[in-house]
Design a protein around this ligand. Structure first.
Ligand code: NAP
Ligand code: GLV
Length: 331
């Protein structure tokens, strides 16, 4: 008799994706809004061959140790800062993730934040709802900064960074970028200019962050970097909260070192009610919703389910963050 593999899915996801998993495995789905605690997660994976996670689940060495049968981890996200990918590789466990399918949706939110921060949309909406719109129009009120024909600085020219650049092109912006790997083919195709970080910070009217959170990118933007930016510049972060030193950003926004910020991610998340950023008019914050469109989330769920099913069957994953795991296995 064929024993079906067991999988644990750490949060409710699209039904179509659950149906796919159900065809191949005995599945338990964590029913609560809140994620399972680390201890519960360890208990759940003790007998599981597959684990489908998201950014709120910590897949660390301890968890991997408590999962002797684990054949695949499938993360419903592109960011993997919550997953010990190196540890999984050492154990021969492929880690699936969901790049690409969410890049356009996330860049859409990045550009929405850029526009909202530049033209003070969040701030003016709050003002209208507060009943303060008592004078129809004043020539000197609500002046913001222009977007069209300005310079957009992309930090991290990966899939989302490139989509952000393409949106900037639509607004006739000059696009400069700084990234770990220079991309001459994209420079030619999209008219991008590669610059070093100090040049980007000094010249960009909009600095947009698209790097993964790693030890190298933790507090990538702090006091020295904010000090190098224009006083009219806007900082956009749709990457991960800790890429920016939040205390330094609050000071920069309060003291006018920079003009405004648009954040889809904060440090920590959710942002505490007493965070100084929430007292500032020149910051607009969305609650980590970059990929949260119906279509993109659906595509992410299906890709995560396919990765999981492939891993259970010992097949290469559609999108694998540690493909070297297959070489390790072969040796
Ligand atoms: P990606 O395609 O891997 O792009 C990341 C880019 O950053 C790559 O070009 C990479 O360079 C570059 N990079 C890495 N480390 C760097 C460093 N130290 N300095 C400069 N550049 C560096 O990933 P993506 O799909 O665009 O996603 C980027 C990040 O966005 C994710 O890791 C995640 O944290 C975040 N995200 C957020 C949301 C949201 O809802 N707000 C949604 C999706 C993703 P190489 O080309 O050399 O690798
Ligand atoms: C979301 O934040 C992701 O990394 O996909």
């Amino acid at each position: 008799m064929n024993v079906r593999p067991r999988v644990f899915v750490t949060r409710e996801i699209m039904q179509e994706a659950l149906d796919l998993i159900d065809q191949h495995a005995d599945m338990e789905v964590w029913p609560d809004e809140e994620p399972p605690s680390p201890q519960i997660l360890r208990e759940k994976v003790a007998n599981a061959e597959g684990l489908l996670t998201n950014i709120m689940d910590r897949v660390d060495a301890q968890l991997l140790e408590s999962a002797p049968r684990l054949k695949v981890v499938s993360q419903l996200a592109v960011g993997l800062d919550n997953v010990d990918v190196a540890g999984a590789t050492r154990r021969g466990i492929p880690v699936g993730y969901t790049p690409g399918v969410l890049a356009k949706a996330t860049a859409d939110v990045g550009f929405a934040l850029l526009m909202s921060a530049a033209r003070r949309i969040g701030e003016s909406d709050r003002w209208v709802r507060d009943g303060q719109w008592t004078l129809a129009f004043h020539p000197m009120r609500w002046l913001g900064v222009d977007i069209h024909e300005k310079t957009l600085g992309i930090i991290g020219l990966g899939q989302i960074g490139l989509e952000m650049a393409r949106r900037g092109r639509g607004f006739d912006m000059r696009i400069i970028y700084h990234s770990r790997t220079r991309r001459p083919e994209l420079e030619a195709e999209y008219g991008l200019e590669y610059v070093d970080l100090p040049t980007l910070l000094a010249e960009a009217d909009f600095v947009s962050l698209h790097v993964p959170l790693t030890p190298e990118t933790h507090h990538y933007i702090g006091t020295p970097e904010l000090r190098q930016m224009k006083s009219t510049a806007v900082l956009i972060n749709v990457a991960r909260g800790p890429v920016v030193d939040s205390a330094a950003l609050s000071t920069a926004l309060k003291e006018g070192w920079i003009y405004a910020a648009g954040l889809d991610v904060t440090d920590p998340e959710p942002i505490p009610a007493d965070d100084p950023l929430l007292t500032l008019p020149n910051v607009v914050i969305s609650p980590h919703v970059g990929s949260a469109s119906l279509v993109s989330r659906g595509a992410m769920c299906m890709l995560a389910a396919r990765n999981l099913v492939a891993g259970l069957a010992g097949r290469p994953l559609d999108r694998c963050a540690n493909p070297e795991v297959y070489e390790t296995r072969a040796n």
